[in-house]
Write a protein that binds this ligand. Structure first.
Ligand code: AHG
Ligand code: MN
Ligand code: MN
Length: 330
């Protein structure tokens, strides 16, 4: 019989190799449990009315929970149960949530359900997370904003594409790895992800309907470059980035600065820094790529001022990111 290496075995060896504790395994086990439960709800959601809108009621008169709320509750439950998480930031909750009365080692920033517009159709969505660690020497703990970590302080970031059974995890300075769910619902078979150099399959992924609302420099860049690449857009960052990691190219969600209705401009972009942009930027760096915001600043260098801060995002193969950076700075 052939057995594939499990995620937990892979992580155990990683921690041992770097002389680290197994606390991280407890955290990752909770994150995986949460992902599996979200996946279960999602697969059976339409039958159970879980894909409806929050605030509506089902035929039994019970309140229907939006999938985003269900996913949030699931993740929070499993993170709490570890007793190793200090605080979390969830897209679904305005405030930072204290999880373990100030105890614990980790901060977790998550988008429990990415790609909500796919939910009604049962199409792929994501659960994305970034993890930072408390300074165990005690430094900075008096500082008010010690939970507002820049992406380059994350120790890990990852995403599940639900309901496909695919999980990608990047560990700081130890690569970006993809796992598959096997017949026993165990994540197995680590495969190292590196963005391919061959440009033949490179793709561009962005909401093309927004093109005329982008900055002039980016519109010009698109006009000059897009015919060289394949165009793909699912509308869920987790799914779009999942495909991009294997094929190479660039995902972008530029700032909206030329909307015909100026109230609809989004000069700060749409995506959230701490649990969307940083997550893919971190994985991308470990896969040999790069990520920028609209000013050409590396995403991972941005020190967040608030936990739900938005950012424009350009992420993918280095060559394309360098080329966009020139356009942004022109
Ligand atoms: P969420 O469902 O968590 O709010 O995120 C949706 C995000 C992201 O996943 C996706 O790439 C982007 O919104 C799509 O936006 P458009 O519909 O504007 O293209
Ligand atoms: Mn999202
Ligand atoms: Mn979301």
């Amino acid at each position: 019989m052939k057995f594939e290496q499990t995620l937990l075995d892979f992580l155990m060896r990683h921690q041992e190799k770097h002389n680290r504790t197994f606390h991280f395994l407890v955290l990752m086990d909770a994150i995986v449990s949460a992902a599996k439960r979200i996946e279960l709800y999602y697969r059976t959601g339409a039958l159970k009315d879980n894909l409806g809108l929050a605030g509506s009621t089902n035929v039994q008169g019970e309140e229907v929970m939006k999938m985003d709320d269900i996913a949030h509750e699931i993740v929070l439950h499993y993170l709490k149960s570890t007793e190793r998480v200090i605080q979390v930031v969830s897209e679904e909750v305005e405030e930072i949530i204290d999880v373990n009365k100030g105890g614990g080692r980790y901060f977790v920033y998550f988008d429990p359900l990415d790609g909500s517009s796919n939910v009604a159709h049962g199409l792929p969505v994501g659960f994305m997370f970034g993890i930072a660690k408390k300074n165990l020497d005690g430094s900075m703990q008096g500082s008010e904003d010690y939970h507002l970590r820049a992406g380059n302080e994350y120790i890990a970031a990852g995403m599940f594409v639900i309901p496909t059974g695919m999980f990608t995890l990047a560990l700081r300075d130890a690569g970006c790895w993809r796992f598959h769910m096997d017949e026993t619902s165990t994540f197995v078979k680590p495969v190292r992800m590196l963005l391919p150099d061959v440009e033949k399959k490179w793709e561009l992924s962005y909401n093309a309907g927004n093109t005329e609302t982008f900055g002039k420099n980016i519109q010009k860049w698109i006009a000059e470059n897009q015919s060289k690449y394949v165009f793909r857009y699912l509308g869920a960052l987790a799914g779009d980035f999942h495909r991009l990691l294997a094929n190479g190219g660039m995902f972008m969600y530029p700032a909206i600065v030329n909307h015909p209705d100026p109230k609809k401009n989004r000069p700060q972009g749409k995506l959230r820094l701490m649990y969307e942009a940083n997550v893919v930027a971190f994985m991308c760096r470990e896969a040999g790529g790069d990520a920028l915001d609209e000013s050409g600043t590396p995403i991972l260098d941005i020190k967040p001022k608030t936990h739900h801060q938005r950012t424009a995002l350009y992420v993918g193969s280095k060559k394309l990111i360098d080329s966009v950076q020139k356009a942004l700075k022109a």
